[in-house]
Design a protein around this ligand. Structure first.
Ligand SMILES: Nc1ncnc2c1ncn2[C@@H]1O[C@H](COP(=O)(O)OP(=O)(O)OP(=O)(O)O)[C@@H](O)[C@H]1O
Ligand SMILES: [Mg+2]
Length: 388
């Protein structure tokens, strides 16, 4: 059921019953989109199109009776079925039972009382809305489950590739060492061999990084150098995003060490860089800055004032199109909730938010249309006694 008027179908083969209902609901009729039908077969076709939220139906009718109609619709439309209110006679105990067994939302004795009719319709609409919401949520969870299983498979494949690649690089490095020993003194060769070795060692570090990222699952806290973390992320981002995107690093401070989960932080910064790269569509500048900040003013995050004191600040900025205001508001109000996006799973920013929260930090987003977006992630610096 969406925001449009709820759609209700009234079905009775006797026109005077329909006229009576029409009179009884006339004050409420504008709130709904109502249809009155006296031919049950025609009603069946209309209902099976899946547009109605509630059907108020007689039981005994020529064509198809109310119970068979209910059964057919529930079997054919499943979770998208409208809610049924079945109109019964005083003595129809057996039929009432049947209707309830077939999951009718409600029963009403004829002649119907106005208040009873209105109350039952309202309840049936509420029930339909609740069911639709649950259905939507389940669909979303299913998509997320599918996505996370896909990620797991990709992770396994990547770990296999990274592992083999690591072995290849290890072999190359070993042969280079042998070559250096064997031919190292010959003119000019040593320099080249050392250069190749340096590149191969760098490649090995990157694959080890990827392996560490993939295999690490549980949250751990250990001393993490943010300077090194940013270098590690940049190594991987460099080979992930288009060449036309410039990556800039500004480290205003050396040796910032916090107690953190390396893998989570790695993923967090990586997600921001990938988002920035996607937003810039092929060219632009991403800059990552690391600084130390002292928070003395009152800053609110998720409705609470953040703790004042010393923080490490990782800022990831781009000069892309900027973020939609609605999205920023969502992130500031309910940052961990997942909103699926057209282009991806929509999990990236909620992971960023979760990670910041897991590390008792907070974030600030600055974004201007066509001027770019900047995420500033604040992570508390450990005091002397908190250092691990
Ligand atoms: N730097 C940015 N500039 C402009 N828009 C952005 C930026 N970062 C995120 N967005 C917008 O926020 C949305 C949500 O980002 P998020 O990372 O949560 O999901 P996604 O990138 O679409 O999917 P996923 O990360 O799961 O693959 C993006 O689809 C994009 O519209
Ligand atoms: Mg993303």
């Amino acid at each position: 059921m969406n925001d449009a008027k709820p759609k209700i179908l009234f079905l009775d083969d006797e026109q005077h019953v329909l006229d009576g209902i029409k009179r009884k609901i006339r004050k409420d009729i504008n709130r709904w989109d109502v249809h009155f039908v006296s031919d049950s077969l025609q009603a069946k076709e209309m209902i099976l199109q899946g547009i109605f939220d509630v059907v108020v139906s007689d039981i005994r009718m020529p064509g198809i009776d109310g119970i068979s109609l209910l059964k057919t619709v529930k079997q054919t439309s499943g979770i998208n079925s409208p809610e049924f209110i079945i109109l019964t006679g005083e003595g129809d105990t057996g039929l009432k039972r049947k209707a309830l067994d077939l999951d009718a939302a409600d029963l009403l004795n004829k002649p119907v009382q106005k208040e009873d009719l209105l109350a039952r319709i309202k309840n049936a609409l509420r029930l339909k809305q609740a069911k639709d919401e649950i259905h939507e949520k389940n669909k979303l969870l299913e998509e997320q489950l599918f996505q996370s299983q896909k990620m797991e498979t990709i992770g396994m494949m990547a770990s296999g590739v990274a592992h083999d690649f690591n072995n290849v690089l290890a072999a190359i490095i070993t042969y280079l060492e042998l070559a250096e020993r064997k031919y190292g003194d010959e003119s000019g060769i040593k320099k080249d061999i050392l250069k190749i070795e340096k590149v191969a060692i760098h490649g090995k570090q990157i694959t080890e990084q990827i392996l560490k990222f993939i295999t690490n699952k549980k949250m751990v806290r250990e001393p993490v150098s943010l300077n090194k973390l940013i270098d590690d992320v940049l190594d991987v981002v460099r080979i992930t995003i288009p060449r036309m995107i410039d990556l800039k690093k500004e480290s205003r401070v050396q040796n910032i060490i916090i107690n953190a989960d390396y893998t989570q932080l790695f993923q967090m910064v990586m997600n921001l860089c990938i988002n920035a790269s996607k937003a810039m569509q092929g060219s632009g500048v991403i800059s990552i800055a690391l600084s130390q900040e002292k928070i003395t003013e009152e800053i609110f995050f998720l409705g609470k004032a953040v703790k004042q004191g010393h923080y490490a600040c990782i800022a990831v900025a781009d000069n892309g199109p900027g973020m939609e205001a609605g999205l920023i508001r969502n992130l500031q109000e309910d940052p961990v909730s997942v909103k699926p996006s057209k282009s991806g799973s929509g999990l990236g920013l909620s992971i960023v938010a979760r990670t910041v929260i897991n590390h008792s930090g907070f974030f600030i987003i600055k974004s201007n249309k066509n001027k770019g977006t900047k995420f500033k992630l604040f992570l508390p610096l450990p005091t002397e006694s908190e250092k691990l």
